[in-house]
Design a protein around this ligand. Sequence first.
Ligand code: SF4
Length: 266
Amino acid sequence: MSVKNFIPVRKRLFVGLLGASVLGSGALLAGIWFLAVNPTRTLFDQILLIILAILLVGGIALAALGIGGIILTILYSKDITVFHGPMRIAVNLFFPIVLVIGKIFHINSGKIKSSFIEVNNDLVRSKSLRLKPAQILLLAPHCLQNSDCPYKITVNIDNCHRCGKCPVNDLLELRDASGIKMGMATGGTLARKYVQEYRPRAIVAIACERDLTSGIQDTNPIPVLGITNERPFGPCFNTSVKIPDVEKAVNFFIGEGDYETAVCNH
Ligand code: SF4
């Protein structure tokens, strides 16, 4: 395998910045260590700084293990249970640092988030899950609804009259054909409410990069397959989604061909 193909391009950004954040923390550790051994410090200060340094070393070691786990999982498409904890720490603890480093290097945060979603999806796909349809929640954003539609579907998604002018029609067909749960959220609060109400074992989420990133982190450790919506008219307005991608994600959780697809021929 050539170095170029070591990690696929779209995932390389997030994993690379994650590594940079660990290196940055290492530099911070070196600073703390330098202060700890400074002879002008009192004994108490030195002990305190050494404890801090030990905590930091532990955190960095765990994060480094997590990055190793992410790379191995992506490379071998296999879930490695022993890395679960460190991977969670690496992703959740270091993600804000990753964004700051990206900002310093003028990397678009949308690009980093998109890379994070790709990495997350790979980690989820490495698991061998076989769930009942009712254990899966499909979360869709309100902006998929056609702006001219007069029906209030956020209160009850079945208020949709299925005219076919927007993807909500296709998503409802998918829900009915597969037997999964579905919720349409106007934001994070409503999305969390659906998660609490349905208590899913897995989630297929459609949203923009920003909402997907925070949603994936919020619902951790529930596995989430994130699908970015298309925004031909700009953000949050008459957005769209590739229905086959949604169907593929649902199929991943319940097993290919376990229900008769109603939308696959679109
Ligand atoms: S498919 Fe449903 S939500 Fe979309 S425009 Fe038609 S009635 Fe409204």
